[in-house]
Write a protein that binds this ligand. Structure first.
Ligand code: UDP
Length: 457
């Protein structure tokens, strides 16, 4: 298909959890007739391949204007360094834009790239902020970055911070508040994040049934015709195994091996364990999780990423032999969406990264929450305490370790059984499907966004 529609520049933040959903959105823009240039860093170029192979070059073009420098490995300093490094593309983008025969009419960029709001203003085009997080998180961040919270008692990390201006007045202990509100980078983060709320438009990877009160709140705060909830953004249908397994990374094991292993298991009898693309457990947490998986006697797939916490644990000696065919360990990237969608998977131990949350909901699996950082405490709070879609496995963070007996029981009960959370998540799966089907709320929002973008050309 060759598109002749409005030309949009899409700029994802260079991290899997951000690139994956924005490329899923890009596919939706392409199928609705827009022409897209996607700005990526050289190392992320392969992630564009599924889109490039399905759409004509007249419709989608990759754009590489520079690479990222060597970044610190410590999670604390890595994100601010990466974020600052992206600003080096400001001038190259301006030059590319000014010399283009048919320059973009709008920029759609990740919420970490708030500085592109100023760039878009200089170029005289609107900027749409893409939130890979949900609207509840958006509501809290709006409040958090506007009025930076302070811990009244700096000696007490459990001191609670209230967000009185957000619906349901949520509160969080200080240790769960993003560390970037303090320290040397806070002003830089603040400016960057607040720019999102000034942007021409905002797109959330969420849907009305899941986050109605927060979507409405943000519409009130930012303007009704400036906020679009278009989720859950998912890869193409499950028949397209290539699109699924190439999404966001190359699987560390051949996808068909995992699928064949799953084919041999009963419906809803497998627990999938993954902490996302970046984070890992501490040594003590890893030991307890391994022991609980062993004692609970459940079938499981455990995806262990390379990046682990500073004292990061590894799979205990002899573990794999002891669990035998009951366990499947993936060291590295796993084909997460196909795994979650398999009939044999009934539960998901998740760090509550927002993409994982939506993928869990879309698959209708019982989620056991174990947040580790970032917006994950907010997401766990939404899932467990507000929506009753999930069960808390661990309060989270590096300092908390679940009690072995309790975690063992939870795992054993998570497969089969009749927990109310399982029923509710299956209902929400239905609502998610309705939202992205013809006439659904997310489809309508997406169509409206494309219409508005098209009017710009
Ligand atoms: N993912 C995957 N395989 C992996 C790890 C992650 O496919 O082994 C995908 C997952 O399906 C999700 C994204 O990477 O789409 C991770 O995003 P999320 O928001 O869940 O967490 P983050 O990695 O950003 O903390």
């Amino acid at each position: 298909m060759s598109n002749t529609g409005a030309h949009i520049l899409v700029y994802p933040f260079p991290a899997s959890g951000h690139i994956i959903p924005l490329l899923d959105l890009t596919r939706q823009l392409l199928t609705r007739g827009l022409t897209v240039t996607v700005l990526v860093y050289p190392s992320d170029l392969p992630l564009l391949q599924p889109l490039l192979s399905c759409h004509a070059s007249a419709s989608i073009q990759p754009l590489v204007l520079g690479s990222l420098p060597e970044l610190p490995s410590s999670p604390q300093t890595r994100l601010p360094a990466k974020l600052r490094a992206t600003t080096a593309l400001y001038d190259p983008i301006v030059q590319w834009f000014r010399s283009h025969p048919n320059p973009p009419v709008a920029i759609v960029s990740d919420f970490f790239l708030g500085w592109t709001h100023r760039l878009a203003t200089e170029l005289g085009v609107p900027r749409v902020a893409f939130w890979p997080s949900g609207a509840f998180c958006g509501s809290i961040y709006n409040s958090l970055w506007r009025d930076l919270p302070k811990n009244d008692d700096p000696t007490n990390e459990n001191n609670e911070i209230f967000f009185a201006d957000v619906p349901n007045s949520p509160k969080y202990p200080w240790w769960q508040i993003t560390p970037y509100v303090r320290g040397p980078d806070s002003e830089f983060f603040r400016e960057n994040m607040l720019a999102n709320f000034k942007s021409w438009g905002t797109v959330f990877n969420s849907f009305t049934e899941l986050e109605r009160v927060y979507i409405d709140h943000l519409k009130k705060e930012m303007g009704h015709n400036r906020v679009w909830a278009v989720g859950p953004l998912l890869p193409p249908s499950s028949n397209d195994q290539v699109g699924l397994t190439d999404r966001g990374g190359s699987s560390a094991v051949p996808a068909h091996e995992v699928m064949t292993w799953l084919d041999g298991k009963r419906d809803d009898s497998v627990v999938y364990v993954s902490f996302g693309s970046r984070l890992g457990l501490t040594r003590r947490q890893t030991e307890v999780l391994a022991a609980a998986l062993e004692r609970s006697e459940v079938n499981f797939i455990w995806c262990v990423q390379g990046h682990v916490a500073d004292d990061g644990g590894s799979i205990p000696d002899g573990f794999e032999e002891r669990v035998g065919d009951r366990g499947f360990i993936v060291r590295g990237w796993a084909p997460q969406v196909p795994i979650l969608s398999h009939r044999a998977v009934g539960a998901f131990v998740t760090h509550c990264g927002w993409n994982s949350v939506l993928e869990g909901v879309a698959a209708g699996v019982l989620m056991l929450t174990w947040p580790l950082g970032a917006d994950q405490y907010i997401d766990a709070n939404l899932l467990v305490d507000q929506l009753g879609l999930a069960v808390r496995a661990c309060v989270g963070g590096v300092q908390n370790v679940p009690e072995l007996g309790e975690l063992t029981r939870l795992l054993a009960e998570s497969v089969g059984g009749s927990r109310p959370e399982r029923t509710r998540v299956k209902e929400m799966r239905g609502a998610a499907r309705n939202a992205i089907n013809k006439g659904g709320s997310s489809t309508r929002d997406l169509d409206e966004l494309v219409e508005k973008l098209s009017e710009l050309s």
